[in-house]
Design a binder for this molecule. Structure first.
Ligand code: PLP
Length: 377
């Protein structure tokens, strides 16, 4: 039995005909940049998010960068961001010449802990930084507690970005991702829940002014046409070819989300009492980008991974080193608590194979291999 960490092949058999037909149409019309498929995709994304502006772009990282341009983040200003996240969430703040302030996450949800946000704000203020916003992350597919985070943001005059690179397709108390923050960003990197066959991303917002700036920055700060440059922007467009792939993937996305949830349910039953399994807050759904367990204190994670690999079970560690301990970010402000939950997660998390095509017998093998590994490693 061979087990894929993320199985894009099984998925491709379902969409291959539509993708090939779409590529043929594209080769015929030849509009490789901003072809008609782009507008069609943006309309379809709007059906998912229910927000006014659904703007495709070149990657999840560029989506975040364009969002910060849209919010007119200035050099030297501060943005609160979790340390337990993928590099891009904080990187874009630095690229803008602004300052990430690293905040603590919650051990159960892996996401920003709203109760610890005042500490992050205090850390930034005591360093004399003008803090203007928060980037929350829906890590591993579950949206952060955006009710509490949104309240904190409003009370303190901050804007809020949802980095939903992993959580597109999830919901928070009935509201889809896309509606949970002032601006939401997602990624279409192939391994994400909604992935293309290359890089891609999108930005979602109800704010007309922010959307206008983002659309302009996507094409070098264009004005009425692309040779009138009214601000500094970038090349941030999605390739038409990726829109073709995403259109086919959207046909099966809802069904895939159901299969991901079923796989998560099976893992939870198989691993009960063995390791700490992820659980969702009440009223929340996840897009299950990753299935991340927490190993018991004192376990030898490297040995466990090796043992699993020997049994044919691929694993990954998201994330072994928190952002505030990465050399280029080590000089930025950190909450006074020094992020003990973040540190503990980095030492104990382990991601198991997760995709919509995981089969029951594969998951049984993964669970029994994990039990063996825990007993011997
Ligand atoms: C993948 C990811 C990104 C960046 O997306 P790319 O499309 O790879 O640029 C940003 N934030 C998080 C949390 C991610 O997982």
């Amino acid at each position: 039995m061979s087990i894929a960490f993320i199985d894009l092949k099984a998925q491709q058999t379902r969409i291959r005909d539509k993708v090939e037909a779409g590529f043929q149409t594209l080769l015929d019309h030849g509009a490789y940049i901003m072809g008609p498929e782009i507008a069609a995709l943006e309309t379809r994304l709007g059906e998912w998010t229910g927000v006014a502006h659904n703007i495709s772009c070149s990657s999840g990282t560029d989506a975040l960068l364009l969002a910060l341009m849209g919010l007119e983040l200035q050099p030297g200003q501060g943005v609160i961001v979790p340390s337990f996240t993928f590099a891009a969430s904080a990187e874009v703040i630095s690229v803008m010449g602004a300052i990430p302030i690293f905040a603590e996450v919650d051990k159960i949800s892996f996401n920003l802990d709203p109760e610890k946000l005042p500490q992050a704000l205090a850390a930034g203020k005591s360093a004399g930084i003008d803090i203007v916003g928060i980037i929350g992350v829906g890590l591993f597919g579950q949206p952060a507690n955006y009710t509490a985070i949104g309240n904190f943001a409003r009370e303190n005059g901050l804007w809020l970005i949802d980095d939903a690179a992993q959580s597109f397709g999830a919901t928070w108390h009935g509201k889809p991702v896309g509606q949970l923050a002032n601006v939401t960003c997602t990624s279409f990197f192939p391994a994400k829940p909604l992935g293309a066959y290359g890089d891609g991303g999108a930005i979602f917002t109800n704010d007309d002014k922010i959307a206008e700036i983002i659309r302009s920055c996507r094409v070098h700060g264009m004005g009425r046409d692309k040779y009138e440059n009214i601000r500094i922007g970038m090349t941030g467009r999605l390739d038409t070819m990726q829109a073709v792939v995403l259109d086919a993937k959207l046909d099966i996305f809802a069904d895939e989300l159901v299969h991901r949830q079923n796989a998560a349910n099976r893992y939870a039953a198989l691993l009960e009492g063995v390791v700490s399994t992820p659980s969702l807050a009440a009223g929340v759904t996840s897009s299950w980008a990753q299935y991340v367990i927490q190993l018991p204190q004192g376990s030898n994670r490297d040995a466990i991974c090796k043992s699993l690999a020997n049994s044919g079970v691929p694993t990954a560690i998201y994330y072994p080193v928190p952002m505030h301990r990465q050399p280029p970010y080590a000089h930025y402000p950190v909450s006074a608590c020094n992020l003990p939950v973040t540190m503990d997660l980095c030492d104990h998390v382990l991601a198991l194979p997760m995709h919509p095509y995981l089969e029951t017998d594969q998951q049984a093998l993964i669970a029994s291999s994990l039990k063996d590994a825990l007993a011997t490693a």
